[in-house]
Design a binder for this molecule. Structure first.
Ligand SMILES: Cc1ncc(COP(=O)(O)O)c(C=O)c1O
Length: 382
């Protein structure tokens, strides 16, 4: 029987039409956009076209787009690049306690190795930061604020537009990791975030892995983190991966303005999932009831641990996650669950179901049948 794939926040399958758009770049188009001959010039013109088209979807200028290898690199470029650029103006950085590791670990490094001071804003039980807490944390020497648009583990959506507006008022650069936002939440224009930097990642909305972009609002010029050639207007060295970039463009054009994660399809299913798991003994919902991604339901399980839970679910054919993919298979506690105020032992017992385009009610029903058996097996003291 086909496995139930409830892990769309980890990644999504490549869309067939995106694959078709990419195919010529595997077969015939191979030039290096930096070469001056006709094969290179062809690649350059296709790269320029790709940048124009991403800018079009975002409502940005083509010069404001840097192609990257994905969400991790976009976050690294935004955070390291801005912190280092603006260091002469101050050494105070602000982020939250629930960022993805691709943001969090940049801040840890900057604090440990480069003399920055980092304030990590707390969140409520719903996983949300408040504008008030940001206002209190801002200082004269604050140079960068980074708050994710939507959380990958529990799905909380942050008030980024308000947070960004406050930063703009204070002259502080604002970055948002919108990796889990694109393709899921309403998108009209990148200006809606009031952000100077926005991270995008193609494989979260049926594009290829290893493809992403960073929107950099003009005239900001973060320091590069990759050095070499003068690619991407001196902002990111390395021969452009045209295949991946074309996949990113195709996925953005298809799935961002009209989010591929269709709320009407997903909301009734995840409401049912939340209702079901919330009634199971020893289970507590971690995702907020409102203000969350329509596809995400996370919960913690008493007297169990993530490894046993993931293995138990996998054995019955349900693909889920214990939070961020990098901690799957390890007993690393979820920093998100800890930040929500759950007891530390529960931070090792998180299950995340994230549904998507091809999820069905029949799969939800199958989960309802199988999850109680799995819990019975893995919960100790029953
Ligand atoms: C919120 C968020 N940011 C960044 C990333 C990193 O993306 P990638 O692993 O594709 O570089 C992820 C992926 O899980 C994510 O969910």
């Amino acid at each position: 029987m086909k496995p139930v794939y409830f892990d769309y926040n980890a990644t999504t399958p490549l869309d067939p039409l995106v694959r078709e758009a990419m195919r010529p770049y595997l077969d015939g188009i191979f030039g290096n956009p930096s070469s001056v001959h006709q094969i290179g010039r062809q690649a350059r013109s296709l790269l320029d076209d790709a940048r124009d088209r991403v800018a079009q979807v975002l409502g940005a200028k083509p010069s404001e787009i840097v192609f990257t290898s994905g969400g991790t690199e976009s976050n690294n470029l935004a955070i390291f690049g801005t912190a280092r650029l603006r260091k002469p103006k101050g050494r105070h950085l602000i982020t939250t306690m629930i960022e993805h590791h691709a943001g969090l670990h940049c801040f840890n490094y900057l604090a440990a190795k480069e003399g920055f001071e980092v304030t990590r804003l707390p969140v409520g039980r719903d996983g949300r930061v408040t504008v008030e807490s940001l206002r209190k944390a801002l200082r004269a020497d604050t140079i960068l604020v980074s708050v994710m648009a939507a959380n990958n583990e529990i799905g909380t959506v942050q008030p980024v537009a308000e947070l960004g507006a406050l930063c703009r008022e204070r002259g502080v650069v604002f970055h948002t990791d919108a990796v889990q936002w694109f393709g899921k939440e309403p998108f009209q224009n990148v200006a809606q975030f009031n952000a100077d930097l926005v991270s995008i990642c193609a494989h979260k909305f049926h594009g290829p892995k290893g493809a992403g972009a960073l929107y950099i609002r003009s005239p900001l010029q973060p320091d590069p983190i990759l050095f070499g050639g003068g690619h991407e207007n001196e902002r990111r060295a390395g021969t452009e991966n045209l295949l991946a970039i074309v996949g990113l463009v195709a996925a953005m054009e298809r799935f961002v303005r009209t989010p591929v994660f269709n709320t009407e399809h997903l909301t009734p299913m995840t409401a049912r999932v939340a209702d079901f798991v919330g009634r199971l003994p020893g289970v507590e919902l971690a995702s907020p009831v409102t203000g969350r991604l329509a596809n995400t339901v996370a919960f913690v399980v008493e007297r169990s641990d993530s490894i046993a839970l993931m293995a138990g679910l996998d054995l019955v054919g349900i693909c889920a996650s214990s939070g961020s993919a990098c901690s799957a298979g390890s007993l690393e506690p979820s920093h998100v669950i800890l930040a929500l105020g759950f007891e530390p032992r529960l931070a090792n017992a998180l299950v995340r179901f994230s549904l998507g385009r091809d999820s069905t009610l029949a799969e939800v029903e199958r989960m309802e049948e199988l999850l109680p058996q799995v819990l019975k097996r893995v919960q100790t003291g029953q």
